[in-house]
Design a protein around this ligand. Structure first.
Ligand code: ARG
Length: 403
């Protein structure tokens, strides 16, 4: 066993990771550096500093990763139109490799030989953190307190806090709260009543979108500009990636867009039920498909759709830093060279629908498709031969089988 000399902890500042922080100090008797990432979770991050100081942490890192998160992780994933099991926009999955990357970076900088996280033993997140650390620096050990200590219930967790003088906020004293994971792309809510998939999710399980029923009765029109497959402007105004996603989250949230109540298959083996809210991401996925519809060649578009489930599953399962994900990414990125232009959508009571699209690189030809007189040479007799040859094998087949 290698001796743990210094640990970098992924620290939210909340109760669970504060207990983990204390436990690491006690168990390993070494310095713990805390790393708190601002991923746009919409929570105050300064309490993380105060809470870490309280237990004697000397090296406290609070880093704003919002732009990096959106430009280097969310946008590359959106280029693929990635959805896990047909529906989930992977908001938690895509944040883990970024956090792991920074944990490893700080560990190297401060000379730590271990990193720690607060993910539990039943979830996907532990896999994502640890596979990423494996891929980035195999010399760094990962400590997962939830798999190691003998705290087995919420009660025991609170007892540990009391014993070690970790303040427990009054709202955390009672029943376990929902397990929430939020960032600029989504909010994921699991646990409690949601664990019964037959129970209808209560309205308070949703935090960043209104119920579509209560959304404004007047639709809102929004135009999104794309360049090389990435969104760059909203209503003609250029924006940085994080600012753009923030803007669309506001718009989408007001119109009840991007709610999902899903039972999914975790990589670790069980099914789980969760509520997702991905307002801006849902608008962007629809808009991106809209701009691709006029700028991608048919075979290119269909190939992208074929590999998409595989690509999404790699991200879900924690293989962001794996060679096969990078290979697929190269293919996806290559396809985006002409995916530029503008898409206009109507936001209305939970739906985001494309109502127009335009591109200087469009492959769409009105002259070719028109029902009217056309200037482009298109010989209708070619269509006849095309169908006759495609039908050749069908005619042989039915001749043998009989109908
Ligand atoms: N099930 C989702 C995933 O694996 C979300 C996990 C984190 N969410 C949470 N509420 N703790 O990507």
């Amino acid at each position: 066993m290698t001796k743990i000399e210094k640990i970098v902890l992924s620290y939210s500042g909340g109760l669970d990771t504060s207990i983990i922080l204390k436990w690491l100090q006690e168990t390993y008797g070494c310095e713990v550096v805390t790393f708190t990432a601002d991923l746009g979770q919409g929570e105050e991050l300064e309490p993380a500093r105060a809470n870490a100081e309280m237990v004697g942490v000397k090296d406290i890192r609070i880093v704003d990763l919002r732009e990096e998160f959106v430009s280097d992780f969310v946008f590359p994933m959106l280029r693929a139109n990635a959805l896990y099991e047909g529906q989930y926009l992977l908001g938690s999955s895509i944040a883990r490799p970024l956090i792991a990357k920074h944990l490893v970076g700080i560990a190297r900088e401060v000379g730590a030989n271990a990193v720690a996280h607060g993910a539990t033993g039943k979830g996907n997140d532990q896999i994502r953190f640890e596979l990423a650390v494996n891929a980035l620096d195999p010399s760094i050990k990962v400590i997962a307190p939830w798999r190691q200590w003998n705290i087995r219930s919420r009660m025991q967790l609170l007892e540990y806090a009391e014993k070690h003088h970790i303040p427990v906020p009054s709202d955390k004293r009672g029943e376990a709260p929902f397990s929430i994971d939020a960032n600029l792309l989504h909010t994921s809510t699991e646990g409690k009543i949601l664990e019964n998939p037959a129970e209808v999710a209560p309205d308070h399980a949703y935090q960043r979108t209104v119920d579509p029923v209560d959304a404004p009765d007047t639709p809102e029109i929004v135009t999104i500009g794309f360049d090389w497959g990435d969104p760059i402007s909203v209503n003609g105004k250029s924006m940085t990636p994080a600012a753009l996603l923030t803007e669309l989250n506001g718009l989408g949230g007001r119109h009840g867009i991007g709610r999902l109540d899903l039972v999914e298959n975790r990589f670790i083996g069980m099914k789980s039920r969760g509520i997702y809210e991905t307002p801006g991401g849902t608008i962007l996925l629809t808009a991106h498909r809209g701009i691709e519809s006029i700028t991608l060649d048919r075979a290119a578009a269909h190939l992208k759709d074929e590999i998409m489930p595989r690509y999404a599953e790699l991200i879900y399962n924690g293989f962001w830093f794996a060679p096969e994900r990078e290979m697929l990414q190269a293919l996806i990125d290559h396809s985006q060279a002409f995916v530029s232009g503008e898409v206009t959508l109507r936001l209305y009571k939970g739906s985001a629908s494309v109502i127009s699209r335009a591109s200087p690189c469009s492959l769409y030809s009105a002259d070719l498709v028109t029902f009217e007189e056309s200037t482009i040479a298109f010989d209708h007799h070619d269509a006849e031969g095309f169908i006759r040859l495609n039908g050749l094998r069908l005619r042989s087949w039915v001749a043998r089988n009989g109908r």
